[in-house]
Design a protein around this ligand. Structure first.
Ligand SMILES: NC(=O)c1ccc[n+]([C@@H]2O[C@H](COP(=O)([O-])OP(=O)(O)OC[C@H]3O[C@@H](n4cnc5c(N)ncnc54)[C@H](O)[C@@H]3O)[C@@H](O)[C@H]2O)c1
Ligand SMILES: [Zn+2]
Length: 392
């Protein structure tokens, strides 16, 4: 997968992402203010179908469902809205089954397509419905949260959570089109916008020092929210993500760098149930993992402090880790939950804008079980100190 072209498109950009050996072989990510009004026209162009199943959570359905239906009506095309209750706790097998059953009952056949209209939860859940319904329907991503616009809608990962874990059941299923209209962020609560900024900071931290510095300069305006600046941010972040997964659509190698902050982040999500937003957990994860990297003499000293400062400016100053001990975090972060002494793996930075490669060509570092607890205790203390001094 890779960015094969980049053309100016009015008030936004259009990236063309290639998927070697995949289906589709390429798709467009259009980032354009006002682009939502072209939903039906572009869906008919890139995912032509007899009928469209628009899947949204009930909050997004109430905000944008009618506009989406009207767009298809204007093109003389049939569409039907399927809603599910909002929230991560509904990204389940049960909702996947219910949505699939409703589509079957409504007579949707192989000649249909799915439109995922919503945040990352909707993209993952509706994408998984599309991946499995009649062995796979074409689908269009219309992300409505910042997190979904600059991260989760691109790359083709779909799936659901189980009681034990996040995303253990899923499929790679690339969309035919990703249509990003930053104007839809106008209705997004500020804390959800901040959560999305965490993934933007992650993208910059692993790959682009220039973007990181730009974020430091513009973070306040982005939160305002300045929709033109957000359009620019989404375009830049998506271009980086597409490039990172270029050689590795199935995450067997380089794509792992996108998991920076996620080893500890996922552990915090597991411990906190659904009381913590993905972005908040990832922000805390990045702060702790970067302190770990500094302690292990892999990450340049000063990186963690700079990262913590930007996250605070982005409104990501909640210290989720304060509620947990290093032992609890380590237990939750272990890759193999059945092996008590198993190691953890983290993506570590060399410096801002660059990931430190691991042993044997890997992109993460194993932290041996016997050292992990001591390191994590020290990293937690340092990350806590960073947060305290920034709060003053
Ligand atoms: N597939 C991937 O590659 C990938 C990458 C990162 C994250 N994810 C997944 O994304 C999910 C998190 O996504 P999220 O943070 O977007 O959560 P979300 O989809 O639950 O959206 C957050 C909330 O915002 C509301 N909302 C959405 N758009 C709105 C708008 N424009 N105006 C007002 N309210 C709006 C939703 O109703 C919801 O209540 C997690 O499940 C995570 O695992 C997937
Ligand atoms: Zn993430």
């Amino acid at each position: 997968m890779g960015v094969t072209g980049r053309v100016a498109e009015g008030r936004g950009i259009a990236l063309r992402i290639g998927v070697p050996g995949g289906e589709p072989t390429a798709y467009e990510v259009r980032v354009q203010r006002g682009g939502f009004d072209e939903l039906a026209k572009l869906s008919l162009r890139d995912a032509p179908a007899h009928r469209y199943a628009i899947i949204a959570d009930s909050r997004v359905a109430a905000l944008y469902g009618q506009r989406a239906l009207a767009a298809f009506e204007r093109e003389g095309s049939a569409a039907q809205l399927f809603a599910f209750p909002p929230g991560e706790w509904n990204k389940t097998r049960e909702e996947w089954a219910r949505l699939s059953d409703e589509m079957l009952a409504a007579g949707f056949g192989r000649d249909s397509a799915v439109v995922a209209l919503g945040g990352g939860v909707t993209g993952d859940l509706a994408g998984f419905v599309a991946a499995t319904y009649m062995r796979g329907l074409p689908f269009v991503q219309v992300p409505t949260t910042l997190l979904a616009m600059l991260d989760s809608s691109v790359g083709g990962k779909t799936g659901i959570d189980t009681h034990e874990a996040k995303n253990p059941v899923g499929a790679f299923h690339q969309p035919r089109l990703v249509l990003v209209d930053p104007d839809l962020l106008g209705s997004l609560p500020a804390f959800q916008l901040a959560s999305g900024l965490a993934e933007a900071v992650k993208t910059a931290a692993i790959a682009d020092e220039g973007l990181f510095a730009w974020l430091e300069a513009e973070a306040k305006a982005l939160r305002a929210p300045d929709l033109d600046l957000l359009t620019e941010l989404i375009g830049r972040a998506v271009a980086i993500k597409a490039k990172v997964v270029e050689e590795d659509p199935q995450e067997v190698g380089r794509r792992e760098v996108l998991n920076f902050g996620h080893t500890i982040g996922h552990a915090l999500e597991a411990l906190g149930g659904y009381s913590v937003l993905h972005g908040e957990a990832v922000a805390t994860g990045m702060r702790i993992e970067t302190r770990l990297g500094e302690l292990m003499e892999i990450t340049q000293i000063g990186t963690a402090e700079r990262l913590a400062a930007l996250l605070t400016t982005c409104g990501l100053d909640r210290s989720v880790e304060e509620e947990y001990s290093a032992d609890q975090l380590l237990e939750a972060a272990r890759s193999d939950k059945k092996v008590r002494k198993s190691a953890i793996r983290c993506v570590l930075l060399r410096r801002i804008g660059e990931v430190a490669g691991g042993k044997d060509g890997t992109f993460s570092h194993e932290i041996p079980a016997q050292e992990a607890l001591g390191l994590l205790r020290a990293a937690l203390r340092l990350a806590g100190d960073d947060a305290d001094s920034l709060r003053q």
